[in-house]
Structure formats: C-alpha cells, structure tokens
Design a protein around this ligand. Structure first.
Ligand code: HEM
Ligand SMILES: *[C@@H]1O[C@H](CO)[C@@H](O)[C@H](O)[C@H]1NC(C)=O
Ligand SMILES: CC(=O)N[C@H]1CO[C@H](CO)[C@@H](O)[C@@H]1O
Length: 332
C-alpha cells in the first residue's frame, strides 16, 4: 500500500507539470497554416523569393531539395545544415558528405528569410527550418512536380557539428538493407524511401559517385552488369578516368529538369545512376513499386507527398530545444 502511495505521489506532479507544458508542445505540433495569425502571407512571400531565385538558376531546385533531405536526416529538420562553421566549430555543412551541397540551396533559404523579415510583423517570427520546408515544396512545384500543403511550426536547432553527420546520410553504394535501415532510423519505411529516391529525377552528381560502376566493378565485370550498356558508355565518355572532380552530370538522363516519374522508368531500363538507385529495381522487394510508379505518375506523386511530409516531421525541435534564428547561417 505504501509503495502504491509513493508511486501515486511521484506520478501526480508529472501530470501537473505536463499540463503546464502542454500549450507549448501544442504550438510545436506541426500543422499547415501555422503562421496564419503570426505572418499570414508567409507562404506567398517565400514562394515569390524562391521563384525569383529559380529564374536566375535552375540549380535552385535540386540544391534546395537535397538541402532539406540532408537537414532532416542530421539532427532533424531544424536548419542546422545551414549554419556556417566558425573558428571554434566545424558545422554540418563542412562535413565531407556535404561537400557537394549546391550553394544555391543555401542562398534560396537566405533570400527567402530576408524577404520574410522585410515584411512588417514577420521579422524573426518564421523559423529557417520552416522556410526551408516551404522552399522545398515550392521548388518541386516549379520543376513540374506536385504541390502540397506543407506542415509548419518547426523551431531552428541550437547546434550544428560536422561530427553529427557521421553515418546519418546514405551513400551511393548502399544496398536495399542499408537504405531501409537508415530511413527506418528516421521513421520512414521502404515505401517512403523508394518514393523519396524519386528526387533523383532532378539534379547533378559528380563522377566519383559512380566511377566504380563504369570502370572497376569487379574482376569479372569492369562494368556493373545492371547498367544499360549504351548508358554505361555514355557515362564513360562524360566521366573519363581522371576526370576533373568538379564535373557533374545529370542524374536523370531523360528529363533532367522535370520532377516526374521518369526516374522509375530509367531504373527499368538500367539507367539508374547510383547503385542505391538501380538496386530499387534489381531487388525483388522494391521492384514492384518501381514498376507501379514507372507506369503511374499520380500514384508516385501521392506517395512522394506522403513521404516528404513524413520526412518533414523528423526530429522537429520544440520548446527550449530550439529558437527562431535571426540569421539562418549563424546560431543566435
Ligand atoms: C536513397 C538514398 C540516397 C542516396 C544514396 C543519395 C545520394 C546522392 C548522391 C551521391 C548525390 C550526388 C552528389 C554529388 O555528387 O554532387 C545526390 C544528389 C541529389 N540527391 Fe540524393 N541520395 C539519396 C536520397 C535522396 C533523397 C531522399 C533526396 C530528397 C528527397 C535526394 C535529393 C537529391 C538531389 C535533389 C540531388 C541533386 C543535387 C544537386 O544537383 O545539387 N536524395 N544524392
Ligand atoms: C509506410 O508508411 C505509410 C504511412 O506512413 C503506410 O501507408 C504504408 O503502408 C507503409 N508501408 C510499408 C511497406 O510499411
Ligand atoms: C556548400 C558547402 O558549404 N559546402 C562545404 C562542404 O564541406 C566542404 C568541406 O568538407 C567545404 O569545403 C564546402 O564548402
């Protein structure tokens, strides 16, 4: 009886405390229109800034989309990837896995933030993490992909270290088990992983990400046998041995500037650029969805929207775990 009382007494204050915390947690819960009473026009302001940037360079699209992915997979969607390194701290963006993040993705967020902050009533009211998620939605639509209601209400993270990137991002050489494990660690299942891989319908890769597939795959097969032969020789001519390491090529050889389901059609034809792309078709566990989405653009788009919405919920910062950064590139 005494034990029961002890438990009751220690548990009760926890309920009382959580009742006080609840309003704060409730505001941190993501939802569309989070800024309706704070900065009602924020989505139009961001869209306008992103569109202006897009008109300057197409790299805005893949740069922003990949930035969102890397942000969410390392310490959650908290804009920690945008923090610049300082003499005392090497930030996430300076980890070697970030080497190829396009500067235009960062610039998109900085420009959209400036536009938001220049609007009366909105200054320092919208997180960089939310601006990145809105910008991501906008670039997908600008490239011909679907649009969707984006959930908002994230806070910006309070730290960013290169060390925190280790092991958090997938590698081009990953097989299905490794891909699934890494995505599962972020609450995303195989369906989500296959849908999000469809982002490789856009953007560029440096040659070193796949040279093993075209020159030294195995002693028996210098070229990865899952690669289409003609595509393999195109890749060899675009990426000769000892190529300039700055050279980058389109990941979708067919419609590189359109957000479409051609990525999956490419996989059916042996035109997946990375091992991690082609394995989605060669592994029997993922092949059925590749085939389904290759033949049904609407089904792919629905799955992508569901998956990127789940991606946007990863590790969201609430309460004292975050703040609204004045400068997206520096901690307050
Ligand atoms: C499934 C596991 C994934 C692997 C192994 C992977 C790997 C890579 C690699 C190696 C590159 C080329 C980097 C370079 O050399 O410049 C790349 C580019 C890219 N990735 Fe992924 N990625 C994966 C998933 C994703 C996801 C989930 C997204 C977004 C939802 C994404 C979006 C992009 C974009 C847009 C680019 C092009 C970037 C640019 O042109 O600037 N990737 N990815
Ligand atoms: C993956 O998650 C989505 C919802 O988040 C669900 O609809 C789907 O059935 C899941 N797929 C698998 C293979 O578990
Ligand atoms: C865009 C960006 O900031 N890229 C950096 C990624 O990390 C390397 C070092 O590993 C830097 O040199 C890049 O500038």
């Amino acid at each position: 009886m005494g034990r029961f009382n002890d438990i009751f007494i220690t548990v009760l204050p926890l309920f009382v405390i959580s009742a006080f915390l609840l309003p704060e947690l409730a505001t941190a819960q993501l939802r569309p229109n989070f800024y309706a009473n704070i900065c009602p026009d924020v989505e139009n302001i961001v869209r306008k800034a992103v569109t202006a940037k897009f008109q300057q360079t197409f790299v805005t699209v893949p740069g922003t989309l990949r930035l969102f992915f890397h942000d969410c997979f390392v310490q959650g969607c908290d804009a920690s990837v945008i923090i610049a390194s300082t003499p005392n701290n090497q930030a996430e963006k300076d980890h070697p896995d970030n080497l190829s993040l396009a500067g235009d993705g960062f610039d998109t967020v900085i420009k959209a933030k400036a536009a938001v902050d220049a609007t009366a009533g909105c200054t320092n009211k919208v997180s960089c993490a939310d601006i990145l998620s809105m910008a991501t939605r906008d670039v997908i639509a600008l490239a011909g992909g679907p649009s969707y209601a984006v959930e908002l209400g994230r806070l910006d993270g309070l730290s960013s270290t290169a060390a925190s990137v280790n092991g958090k991002l997938p590698k081009a050489g990953f097989d299905l088990n490794k891909l699934n494990a890494l995505f599962a660690a972020n609450g995303l299942n195989q369906t989500d992983m296959i849908a999000l891989s469809g982002a490789h319908t856009l953007g560029f890769s440096h040659c070193n990400q796949f040279t093993n597939r075209i020159y030294n795959f195995s002693p028996q097969n210098p070229i990865d046998p899952t690669l289409d032969k003609q595509y393999a020789s195109q890749l060899q001519s675009m990426c000769p041995k000892n190529v300039d390491p700055r050279i980058a090529i389109n990941m979708d050889p067919t419609t590189p500037r359109i957000f479409d389901n051609v990525y999956y059609q490419n996989l059916q034809q042996g035109k997946g650029l990375f091992t991690s792309d082609q394995v989605l078709f060669t592994d029997q566990r993922s092949k059925p969805l590749v085939n389904a989405w290759a033949g049904n653009s609407q089904a792919f788009q629905n799955a992508f929207i569901s998956a990127i919405t789940k991606l946007g919920r990863v590790g969201v910062k609430t309460g004292s775990n975050g703040n609204i950064r004045r400068d997206c590139g520096a901690l307050n």
